[in-house]
Design a protein around this ligand. Sequence first.
Ligand code: ATP
Length: 352
Amino acid sequence: MTALTLSGIAKSFGPTRVLEGIDLHVPEHSLTAVLGPSGCGKTTLLRLIAGFADPDHGTITFGDRVVVGDGRPVPARRRRVGYVPQEGALFPHRTVGANITFGLPRRARRADRRLHELLDLVGLDRGLAARYPHELSGGQQQRVALARALAPEPSVVLLDEPFSSLDAGLREGTGRAVAAALQASGATAVLVTHDQAEALSLADQVAVMRDGRLIQLDTPRGVYTRPHDVDVARFVGDAVLLPARIRDGRAECALGVLPVRGGDSGRSAQVLVRPEQIRLHRVPAGGVPARVDEVSYYGHDAAVRLTVLPDGPKMTARVPGDELPTPGTTVHAVVDGEALAFPSEAEAAGSP
Ligand code: ATP
């Protein structure tokens, strides 16, 4: 079985440095999501792993096999990589069955057993094998693309934003089915996405990238609860960020005096509170008074936009859907759990 290891990977296109100093270990049988904004180098990283392009520096190993870094790179076709692109992976004039078995040796192509195994694995009805791609939904097409990538039992599976062309409802279900199929197949997989919910919900570990660098490699819970910096915090979820002063393990900020993790005593800082940590009470309960400006109801919960009184910062709280405050009224905002301290904006920008 194959773990994937990248070390010291750098890549430029002409004068433009696209990737720099990337170290990444993907344990065998696991799914790593590479998460980052558009243009940060995610696709380039995937293409280097697949062998569609070569890095300028660094090594890539599949298990104990060096594919880049030791003499000439192993060509793409000999890396045993399965690749699932955004869309358009399927041959339109071949049936689903023929698409899935396309990469198999001729004899195996005619055997229904492997085809059925693969259809079962990705959660598609066996009866779909005779259809053509245009007779499937977008989500079904992406499952077929995964089945085709898994057919030759690749050592590594790479998925480049495979759900981005699907609408929201389909995306979630397809994502779960694909993650389950990857797990059942035992594949070592890398999923590129700019969708934080997808990364957090599907992956075993999340690699957060920015400007060609890997900023944080952690579990989904780790990147959400212990983000490396304010930008990661904002990227992986909604964040309330408030200027604060740290004193004796507590942060003094617009939401009161909060227990805090991180930050040096006596220093100015900014603290992160997640919207779901803010509880709203009708009566004073130790929190700070705030005016309810707007309420957006989502069923399971609601986003409540607040202004800390008298004219403090604005922020959003996420509250259960059955506890809706009325716009225009005053509530008392209490923070549940710890805030997380980061350097103040001035310090982060490097000024004294
Ligand atoms: P997106 O989410 O938009 O697909 P990404 O994070 O996958 O973005 P890449 O496609 O890896 O980003 O591109 C990273 C940077 O490298 C971009 O600035 C892009 O313009 C540049 N780039 C990518 N491929 C090439 C190439 N073949 N020649 C020149 N520049 C390139």
